[in-house]
Design a protein around this ligand. Structure first.
Ligand SMILES: [Zn+2]
Length: 286
């Protein structure tokens, strides 16, 4: 699933390869893709425009058009934006085709079908983005913010980090790596974290997302960049889908359990849970 580093990589690619292009024709192959406005209006309003900019907010990818509208993509689980024809896939996975000048085409392919797109004016876009939490790689995101925002919550830290209203851009791959780095058990309740824990968590969020961007994203299964190439950060994962394998820190075994409703990977030796809390957690599971 594209998280902050993957969407950031796609955005940078689009900035380089697609900004400045004109959208000559728009073909919606799966009407479920278009959330807003109607598919017909979507085609009418985007056709004939030029792409003037590309930006990212949380996991939203935004193409700015010269008519003042914004094409807002959410690639959800398996969405891919490709400038190369996805010939190897059944065409049923194609949801949208943008015909650009100079005979180029931008494909939105998603075998899972969950990708969504909206065409929004500036005010509608601001309204849509305003509930999102801060960008973790930007200035102003610090350990103090995290502690103030989440430090009194009783919920499990993993589910809070996945809440886009608290911090934006973190999904199920990076959250496991972040908690591993910070040596925090994913089931810890936020209100039990110490000052040092919040500092470690903040540093781990920054380090993992920045490394993901540097490595052009993580390809576990579906993620590809705009030219169809996988990322490289999967080669740097320590716990995500490493269950049964040795922990690179202590040599113990990485485990997989369901936390916050999601498959969760961690090292029980490196990420300990204080005794009293774990007892309560066990009881609740029964
Ligand atoms: Zn370990």
């Amino acid at each position: 699933m594209p998280e902050l580093p993957e969407v950031e990589t796609i955005k940078e690619d689009l900035r380089e390869l697609v900004v400045g292009s004109r959208i000559e024709e728009v073909e919606v192959l799966d009407a479920a893709l278009v959330e807003q406005p109607s598919p017909e209006e979507f085609v009418r309003l985007s056709k004939g425009t030029s792409i003037t900019g590309a930006r990212r907010r949380a996991k939203h990818l935004i193409l700015e058009l010269d008519n003042g509208m914004n094409l807002v993509f959410q690639l959800k689980i398996g969405g891919q934006l490709l400038l190369v024809p996805p010939v190897e896939e059944p065409t049923t996975a194609l949801m949208l085709l943008l015909y650009l000048n100079e005979d180029r085409r931008l494909f939105l392919r998603d075998g899972t079908g969950f990708s969504r797109v909206r065409l929004l004016g500036e005010t509608e876009l601001e309204e849509r983005l305003s509930p999102l939490g801060p960008e973790p790689l930007e200035d102003g995101f610090d350990a103090r913010y995290l502690r103030q925002k989440l430090g009194s919550r009783r919920a499990q830290i993993k589910s809070l980090l996945l809440d886009q209203k608290a911090v934006s851009g973190i999904g199920n791959i990076y959250v496991d790596e972040i908690l591993y780095d910070a040596r925090i058990h994913p089931r810890r309740k936020a209100d039990t974290l110490s000052e040092e824990d919040w500092e470690a968590l903040h540093a781990a969020i920054r380090a993992n997302l920045a490394a993901g961007v540097e490595h052009r994203g993580t390809t576990v299964r579906l993620y590809r960049d705009v030219l169809g190439c996988p990322g490289e950060h999967q080669n740097y994962l320590r716990v995500f889908e490493k269950h049964g394998k040795p922990c690179p820190g202590c040599g113990g075994t990485v485990v997989r359990e369901k936390v916050a409703g999601r498959p969760t990977h961690f090292c029980p030796a490196c990420q300990r849970i204080p005794q009293d809390e774990s007892f309560e957690g066990e009881q609740r599971l029964k």
